[in-house]
Design a protein around this ligand. Structure first.
Ligand code: NDP
Length: 434
């Protein structure tokens, strides 16, 4: 705690994993003797740097850039870049720590890392975004490489930003190293289904959890928070499974549309125009409404998919969901439910899919993008999505089996933490004191 003072989210993420490990260390005392827990909690490398850039008025702006290379026991560091004013070292460390176990769960050869900046992209012109990305990469490039560290997108970083980052990497290194970034545009080495992967994957995971209770998404009312990359494609896949999404949000508030969210309109507002979700009701008409106040988790639903940001769903939100009869919750975002909310869901016997497992589809498909780049190949959408679905159902099953074997059937938090931890710990053991 002293070494990581003030890093609240990092402490929260570490505590959540350590709480699951009692039975594991009883079975593997060598993990204690070899200080594996301490080593896994300490990032291999943290890079913090200045990002100077010039805005459209000719003024110099300074932001702070981060890359935390958490663990490379299973492969090159892999994890997104986040551009949001709330970014600080504690948030990037929590994300990198989680990423390490999530990536291990995919069964693919990728280590864990995360990065980003406190840059706020909201209201910035295309030119400003490009200059910012170029400046960030001017420092970051020396720490990256297809065998070293492979970033992707996250909050505030989508295909446009990845394009600017890749272009600058290519200029600086004079190498067309397609495998150095994932989430690239299709025309220059991206993978089909990567954009959709996190949202689709979360819904596959939820579907697989529901199957264990003989349930499905068909005819279910669903609430999805956020309206970014993860949320939009989670909504798309819920619709494909016959569910109806009645509410979603952005950082200014939430909308409720009892007729079911009009996904094409939502994409138009959020992806094409990059506008606010508050525009939805007047463009849609009918009974759709926007609320700035209150909690969207009060909207009755059978399934909840928090897909915006960390700690967005607290104990009282969880209590409201339970009161209204929620049967399944799948975390599309990273750590969106507070520890109290998770405890309440578990105590009420709600199917709860933690982020590490439920949102691993994005990074899994990033690893598939790396495979395609390495073999200079490009797969069809159907082939890539079929692999994504198989990976998500396999992640579900391995978490369920681990939970069962540790005497906690249905506890996906325990299952995910133990499965991910053991895979990383075993690889580190094999490599000596690293
Ligand atoms: P986007 O930037 O595309 O969308 C984020 C959405 O969440 C937006 O609707 C945004 O609203 C909202 N949001 C962001 N911050 C806040 C906040 N502090 N309070 C309320 N709402 C907020 O990001 P993604 O969809 O890519 O990421 C969402 C979550 O999923 C993150 O936790 C991310 O780490 C996680 N994730 C993403 C993956 C990916 O492949 N993209 C992979 C795995 C996890 P607004 O538009 O108003 O800013």
């Amino acid at each position: 705690l002293r070494r990581n003072a003030g890093e609240t989210e990092f402490h929260q993420a570490v505590e959540e994993v350590l709480e699951s490990l009692g039975a594991v260390v009883a079975k593997h005392p060598e993990y204690i003797d070899n200080a594996l827990i301490e080593r896994i909690c300490e990032p291999e490398r943290q890079i913090i740097f200045r990002v100077p850039w010039v805005d459209d008025k000719g003024q110099i702006q300074i932001n702070r850039g981060f890359r935390v290379q958490f663990n490379s026991a299973l492969g090159p560091y892999k994890g997104g870049l986040r551009f949001h004013p709330s970014v600080n070292v504690g948030i990037i460390k929590f994300l990198g720590f989680e990423q390490t176990f999530k990536n291990a769960l995919t069964g693919l050869p990728i280590g864990g890392g995360k990065g980003g900046s406190d840059f706020n992209p909201r209201g910035r012109s295309d030119g400003e975004i490009m200059r910012f990305c170029q400046s960030l990469m001017t420092e970051l490039y020396r720490h990256l490489g297809e065998y070293t560290d492979v970033p992707a997108g996250d909050i505030g970083v989508g295909a446009r930003e990845i394009g600017y980052l890749f272009g600058q990497y290519k200029r600086l290194t004079n190498r067309y190293e397609a495998g150095v970034l994932t989430g690239k545009g299709l025309i220059y080495g991206g993978s089909r289904a990567r954009t959709e992967a996190t949202g689709y994957g979360a819904v596959y995971f939820i579907d697989q959890m529901m199957k264990t209770k003989g349930e499905s998404l068909e005819g279910k009312r669903v609430v999805v928070s956020g309206s970014g990359n993860v949320a939009i494609y989670a909504i798309e896949k819920v619709n494909a499974f016959g569910g109806k999404v009645v509410a979603c949000s952005d950082s200014s508030g939430f909308i409720v549309d009892e007729a079911g969210i009009d996904l094409e309109l939502l994409k138009e507002i959020k992806l094409s125009r990059r506008e606010r979700i508050s525009d939805y009701p007047c463009l849609k008409g009918g009974s759709a409404c926007f609320s700035e106040q209150g909690s969207m988790w009060e909207v009755p639903c059978d399934v909840a998919v928090p897909s915006a940001t960390q700690n967005e769903l607290n104990g009282s939100d969880a209590a409201a969901l339970i009161r209204n009869g929620v049967v399944a919750v799948g975390e599309g975002a990273n750590m969106p439910c507070t520890p109290e909310a998770v405890r309440l869901f578990q105590a009420a016997g709600i199917l709860f899919g933690p982020a590490k497992a439920a949102n691993a589809g994005g990074v899994a498909t990033s690893a598939l993008e790396m495979q395609q780049n390495a073999s200079r190949d490009s797969w069809t959408f159907e082939e890539t999505e079929a692999r994504l679905e198989m990976i998500m159902r396999r992640i579900h099953d391995s978490c369920a089996e681990t939970a069962e074997s540790y005497g906690a059937p249905g506890n996906y938090v325990l299952g995910a933490n133990i499965t991910g931890f053991v895979r990383v710990a075993e690889a580190m053991q094999a490599m000596g004191v690293i």
